[in-house]
Design a protein around this ligand. Structure first.
Ligand SMILES: [Zn+2]
Length: 215
């Protein structure tokens, strides 16, 4: 335990973020950083529309472990493990106002109190605003925690700050020309009264109605 190698803790040691001894990580005050692609996060990928310009955006993350002297269950003071995370990146979501895809930024920096068991997690007061509680493991999946945090950061109602009249990436898409043909085949009234309006059809009619949009 006290064997000294003369190396600073954590230096030059590569970590597997999918299999991390999170207790050791916190106790040794280690730090790690990396990047995770959206395609590695299946639950987040569910939120990304099929017509998004990019379905494999990247999130960068940093993790830092630390401990804090706290009163333990047995009445003595002891080092309580914590994990601080920082996550930055973006994902394409569907705007609930215009049904077009838009790029949502994600910036989260949660702090987690690491406990040993589910029971211990349940005991922790929920009104603590400073830290969320996670049950630690010697084989902790940090990528899973990152995905969890991103899901919690999803906006309640995803939408553009300002919706574009015609979303450029859709209007200038390579499929645009074919889209015009297929929409033209359908009588105009039928398109307008259709209950679930196809976003492409809606854009095409906007284009037709818009002044000077022909080029
Ligand atoms: Zn919009």
């Amino acid at each position: 335990m006290t064997e000294s190698t003369g190396k600073p803790a954590g230096a030059g040691v590569s970590l597997n973020p999918r299999d991390l001894d999170i207790f050791e990580f916190a106790r040794s005050a280690r730090e790690a950083a990396g990047a995770v692609r959206l395609s590695q996060l299946p639950r987040m990928l569910n939120e990304v529309p099929a017509d998004a310009p990019d379905r494999d955006t990247v999130f960068t993350w940093q993790a830092a472990g630390f401990t804090q002297q706290e009163l333990q269950d047995d009445g003595t003071e002891g080092p309580q493990p914590y994990l601080r995370l920082a996550i930055h990146g973006s994902a394409w979501l569907t705007c609930q106002r215009c049904i077009g895809p838009y790029e949502q930024a994600f910036n989260a920096d949660p702090v987690f109190r690491i406990v040993q068991t589910e029971e211990e997690a349940d005991e922790f007061p929920l009104d603590d605003d400073d830290a969320d509680v996670i049950v630690g493991s010697r084989h902790f999946d940090l990528v899973d925690l990152i995905e969890e945090e991103l899901l919690l950061s999803l906006p309640l109602v995803p939408k553009h700050e300002v919706c574009p009249a015609i979303h450029e990436s859709l209007a200038s898409g390579a499929d645009g020309a074919e889209g015009v043909d297929s929409v033209d085949d359908v009588p105009e009234q039928e398109v307008e009264t259709e209950e679930r309006v196809n976003p492409f059809a809606a854009l095409e009619s906007l284009k037709k109605d818009g002044p000077g949009s022909k080029h």
